[in-house]
Design a protein around this ligand. Structure first.
Ligand SMILES: *Cc1c(COP(=O)(O)O)cnc(C)c1O
Length: 361
């Protein structure tokens, strides 16, 4: 019997699975598995959502004009080179769809964000991992893997799940070492959390080169993951491409209104960012005191290393039985690790206390 066949390679893709959101036996478990904002979102954004719902019969502005203007003002960028998406994930997908050809190579860090590999496979391209050393990576590690077939390089800075921040000098060196026809995508999903003056979010590179795109999101620091809004700052040529391949109404009206309001509430953003700046190093230190490995993180999460994959699974289970959901990293190719998002004061203390009990048992 004949049946419709997808393109070669599609069925080899392991579908992306988000963080678990339930803990059996708990109505309201503490979910620290997807790097969401533990304070929710700005009350102004909530009010804007409710208001926008009243006009749900209308199509949204397909050009996302007001939101792009608000982003332009907040980040001091030209609005005509911003493209918004259904999460930054959609923009990453669209870049793959528009630029990759069969057999092209897509470079990503060994423990980079999982999506990059999927994007390569979805487009019949070949994902190539650049080697990390102790979960860190530098420009040379990427450049050592560049070949004549390299078409795109994805760099999450800070990286998820390692939390590693690549210094500006290295990002510049990476870009300088790439052929001019290779697109460097700098994914700044956690950019707002970075305090380091040495941060390269990519905007300056986009200003001066045609082969760099910087993506951002409202999902993490702004707490709007459920609404799906992200954006990309692009060279003119890339913006023109993205506007041809995106669907006409890819950012819904509720999301557009909420994101505009979120940008206006700097108090909420600062509160979120300050909280993470206080807790990420504290969680790292506490976990290390308990004898586990933990990595310095520039994002709103901490990667924790156990001695074996089985021990990591057991910790995930142990916490789940207490209504605490963190994320085992098997699916990320790091079986001996778990990742916890920064939660509220109480959440973090509960997890640390539970890890301590786990170790003593
Ligand atoms: C969460 C995350 C994203 C996706 O964000 P959305 O805007 O919600 O699609 C992209 N990149 C990294 C590294 C992330 O951790």
């Amino acid at each position: 019997m004949k049946s419709p066949d997808p393109r070669p390679g599609i069925l080899d893709i392991k579908p992306y699975r988000g963080g678990v959101s339930d803990a059996p036996g708990f109505d309201a478990p503490i979910k620290l598995s997807s790097n969401e904002n533990c304070f929710g979102c700005s009350p102004d954004a909530s009010a804007a959502m409710t208001k926008a719902l009243a006009s749900a019969e209308r199509y949204p502005d397909g050009g996302v004009t007001l939101l792009r203007e608000a982003i332009a003002k907040t980040y001091d960028l030209p609005a005509d080179r911003l493209v918004c998406g259904c999460g930054s994930d959609e923009l990453l997908q669209l870049l793959g769809k528009a630029y990759l050809r069969d057999g092209d190579e897509v470079l990503h860090a060994q423990n980079g964000f999982l999506t990059y590999k999927l994007i390569a496979l979805q487009n019949c391209a070949v994902p190539i991992a650049a080697p990390e050393t102790n979960l860190c990576i530098d420009a040379d590690a990427f450049l050592s893997k560049v070949s004549a077939r390299t078409r795109m390089v994805f760099l999450a800075n800070p990286n998820n799940p390692t939390g590693f921040l690549m210094p500006r000098k290295e990002v510049r060196k990476l870009h300088a070492g790439l052929p001019k026809d290779v697109l460097l995508v700098i994914d700044g999903a956690y950019a707002e959390f970075v305090r380091d003056d040495d941060y390269e979010g990519g905007f300056a590179l986009v200003n001066s080169h045609d082969n760099v795109v910087a993506t951002r999101t409202f999902s993490k620091s702004y707490g709007l993951a459920g609404l799906r809004v992200g954006w990309a700052y692009c060279p003119k040529t890339v913006a023109a491409v993205l506007n041809r391949v995106r669907s006409p109404f890819n950012v819904n009206a509720v999301a557009q209104s909420a994101a505009i309001a979120a940008l206006g509430d700097t108090d909420f953003l600062n509160k979120s960012v300050d909280h993470v700046a206080k807790w990420a190093p504290k969680i790292e230190a506490e976990v290390k005191k308990l004898g586990l490995k933990a990595f310095p993180s520039a994002g709103n999460f901490v990667l924790i290393g156990l001695s074996t994959p089985e021990e990591a699974d057991a910790l995930e289970q142990f916490l789940s039985a207490r209504g605490l959901i963190i994320r085992g990293m098997r699916g990320f190719g790091l079986p001996g690790y778990v990742r916890m998002s920064v939660g509220t004061d109480e959440d973090n203390k509960a997890v640390i206390a539970a890890i301590s009990d786990f170790i003593r048992q």
